[in-house]
Write a new protein. Structure first.
Length: 302
């Protein structure tokens, strides 16, 4: 569920050229290392810190610039997208093809039709899915945001006004834009490791909780903790039982974790051992019919 603008041109544009044409301050392109690079197939999301939610997808492939927005995009994201589209049209001297048009349009027509009124009409699309899947069914939705995949579930839902799509949108956008931005220079992001469980044959993901340094604890199936040469794994959903004041929720389930002292980490490790023992006991004593996998609603709006 997204909205696309396409600009067909053989002319290649750098991020620096684009930024210089934009009437925006503090715009960033996530994970972009060199603004003198040409816009290419890599989708470096454009966003403004503390104002964006989903960011704006930008790529160039097969001589087509693609600019797209996803559901629960903030008004700032809509404005960023429209400014990028207009800037690319000027730089390439090419007309614009919106998703809901059969033929390309010039900048004047674009400005007249894709403005604040258009944003107001479009920004609530997809909100009903969140209200239904989270509010009525209790699911957790995963959406691609500016820094990371962001999880929205029942705990966040309880903090929002669900009396209308408008109030829910405003609350959710405000919540995401105020929590998803943290200091990426300070918090290391460990890689999520993918493996096949030798006992079950299931494909799983795990992430390490480090003893030293600050980190973002990405959502995975399991979390690994270590004590010397000893290792232990616990389900990610159990990490909330270990969380101390050093753990800060970035969304529904994921944490940024401040550096732990040796004693703090040791205590967390010992708690994890207890949890692991209880978890193994429950799984071996319960009938198979009572052991149900966590219900997931996989993200489809990246």
């Amino acid at each position: 569920m997204s909205f696309y603008f396409t600009i067909q041109s053989e002319k290649e544009i750098t991020y620096r050229q684009l930024i210089n044409e934009l009437p925006l301050e503090n715009i960033e392109f996530g994970h972009l290392e060199d603004i003198d690079d040409y816009i290419g197939e890599n989708n470096y999301k454009a966003f403004i810190k503390n104002k964006s939610t989903r960011g704006v997808n930008l790529s160039y492939r097969e001589q087509n610039y693609s600019v797209s927005l996803n559901v629960i995009a903030s008004e700032a994201d809509f404005e960023i997208a429209l400014h990028i589209v207009e800037a690319l049209s000027k730089l390439t001297e090419t007309e614009i093809l919106p998703e809901d048009r059969e033929n390309p349009i010039d900048i004047v027509t674009f400005r007249n039709n894709y403005d604040k009124n258009w944003i107001e009409e479009e920004k609530y699309l997809g909100v009903s899915i969140f209200l239904d899947k989270i509010g009525n069914e209790g699911d957790t939705l995963e959406i691609g945001c500016c820094y990371m995949s962001y999880l929205v579930g029942p705990d966040i839902h309880k903090k929002l006004d669900a009396s209308s799509e408008k109030s829910y949108y405003e609350g959710l956008v405000g919540y995401i834009s105020s929590t998803q931005f943290w200091d990426r220079e300070k918090y290391h992001i460990p890689s999520v490791i993918r493996f096949t469980d030798k006992d079950t044959g299931e494909d799983k993901e795990l992430v390490l909780l480090y003893q030293n340094g600050n980190q973002f604890l990405s959502k995975a199936d399991e979390v690994v903790l270590s004590d010397g040469e000893s290792r232990i794994k616990i389900p990610y959903d159990k990490i909330k039982l270990l969380a101390t004041e050093k753990f800060h929720l970035a969304d529904e389930k994921q944490y940024v974790v401040d550096e732990l002292t040796d004693e703090e980490y040791k205590n967390i490790y010992l708690k994890a051992v207890e949890i692991s023992s209880v978890n193994k006991s429950e799984n071996t004593t319960k009938p198979e019919s009572e052991i149900r996998p966590q219900k997931k609603w996989w993200e489809f709006w990246k």
